[in-house]
Design a protein around this ligand. Structure first.
Ligand SMILES: Cc1cc2nc3c(=O)[nH]c(=O)nc-3n(C[C@H](O)[C@H](O)[C@H](O)COP(=O)(O)OP(=O)(O)OC[C@H]3O[C@@H](n4cnc5c(N)ncnc54)[C@H](O)[C@@H]3O)c2cc1C
Length: 385
């Protein structure tokens, strides 16, 4: 079979999902992940609509449902920290699941691992392609030749850097930071709700998780002094941003400062014209990250299925397969990318006026499902910048 040997870089959500489907279609997927093993904790993500359909075909819905966070809504607090509106997450009729990213990655990995080769603790340092294949140099393993290489190695993708060019060409800075830190169980006030507190330009969120609560910080700020690898500066940037933010900010900032390895990143959206270069393709966040504003894990699962189907349909013509994948999957990705700006306004209103407008709209919309809620509030904020 032509194009049978496929290297997939990254065992997050998209990589193992692609490996599962490629193995079902008689390809030989090899997944290489830089971490030494699967991680045990993680931020909550969603498996929605098209990803639910894929998960059903993979027969993993029971496992996903069993691992779901159990969160049913969002409680919005006013500036003083008093509950002012509760927004149900989703209509009861839908089968969407909220789950930690680590649990989702583990469940997809378990479904995929019999059909694929998985190598942990390694990465790619060089890719050289010719018309017939791609020569890959690994950091640890011996060099190897593949028919195709897929980068599902996340927002700071190495495959993208090696085959498409530097990250700056494709990352759109959203003018915000994202940080998370695990919390002790006693930090939870509402076991079934995300609790959200805003002050202008800042969001603080406490998520109960399933058995691992966490705090999330999303805040607006410039890149001055920011270094992706400098923890000390990151902790200072976060502490300065939440100075005087009210509610539980001092306690949550302290939890972040004390943690040895909290998550902190600049928020970027990834936009690329063309998700393939020759025999190298991109999938998931590496191709089209929507940051935290638009169902990235759903896009990762759905995109993996679409890409595998396209390669299966055109096993001798990878260029045609990549075109089919992109034409189909962009129909899901493009609306989500257009939603980033409005979602950012809803979640982190920039000004006191915008926040007042958001909160007024939230109170008026109590009882409306999350889906209808976000665009309506976004329009209200846009009218009150
Ligand atoms: C704090 C936070 C909150 C989020 N909230 C939501 C949400 O509510 N809803 C939602 O749908 N999405 C959310 N997301 C986004 C979601 O997590 C991603 O869109 C999704 O995980 C993308 O899957 P992926 O497989 O493309 O990338 P990832 O899940 O990032 O996986 C990439 C994998 O590649 C590995 N890797 C990276 N570099 C290399 C390398 N050089 N070599 C080998 N392996 C490598 C990484 O270790 C990782 O395992 C959130 C993200 C964050 C950070």
């Amino acid at each position: 079979m032509p194009n049978r040997e496929v290297l997939i870089l990254g065992a997050g959500v998209a990589g193992p999902a692609l490996a599962y489907w490629l193995a079902r279609f008689n390809f030989h997927p090899v997944v290489v992940e830089k971490a030494r093993g699967l991680r045990s904790s993680g931020n909550p993500v969603d498996v929605k609509g098209p990803a639910v359909q894929v998960a059903e075909k993979m027969r993993i819905m029971p496992q996903l449902q069993a691992a779901a966070t159990g969160v049913t809504g969002t409680t919005l607090l006013d500036l003083a920290g008093r509950p002012m509106a509760r927004l149900p997450m989703t209509s009861e009729k839908r089968r969407d699941v909220e789950i930690s990213r680590a649990d989702l990655a583990t469940i997809v990995y378990e479904a995929a691992h019999d059909g694929a080769e998985f190598l942990f603790g390694d990465t790619v340092v060089d890719l050289t392609q010719d018309p017939a294949g791609v020569d890959v140099t690994f950091e640890q393993a011996a060099p190897r030749r593949f028919d195709l290489v897929i980068g599902s190695d996340g927002i700071h993708s190495t495959v993208r850097r090696l085959a498409f060019g530097p990250e700056q060409q494709y990352a759109r800075d959203l003018g915000m930071y994202l940080a998370t830190v695990p919390l002790p169980a006693e930090a939870i006030e509402f076991p079934h709700d995300m609790v959200v507190h805003n002050s202008p330009g800042r969001l603080l969120l406490v998520h109960p998780g399933r058995d691992q609560p966490m705090a999330m910080f999303v805040f607006r700020g410039t890149t001055d002094g920011y270094d992706r690898r400098d923890r000390v500066t990151q902790k200072r940037i976060l502490a300065d941003a939440y100075d005087g933010a009210g509610w539980r900010a001092p306690e949550l900032v302290e939890a972040f400062r004390e943690h040895p390895d909290p998550y902190f990143d600049r928020l970027n959206a990834i936009r690329i014209d063309g998700w393939s270069r020759g025999r190298v393709g991109l999938l998931g966040d590496s191709a089209s990250s929507v940051a935290v504003f638009g169902d990235g894990s759903t896009l990762a699962v759905a995109g993996a299925h679409t890409l595998a189907e396209a390669l299966h349909a055109h096993p001798e013509d990878h260029a045609r397969a990549f075109r089919q994948y992109e034409a189909t999957h962009r129909r899901l990705v493009n609306p989500k990318q257009r939603q980033i700006g409005p979602m950012a306004s809803v979640l982190v209103p920039r000004t006191a006026r915008g926040l007042t407008a958001r909160n007024a709209a939230a109170r008026a919309l109590v009882g409306v499902t999350g889906k209808a809620f976000a665009p309506t509030i976004a329009r209200t904020i846009e009218a009150n910048p």
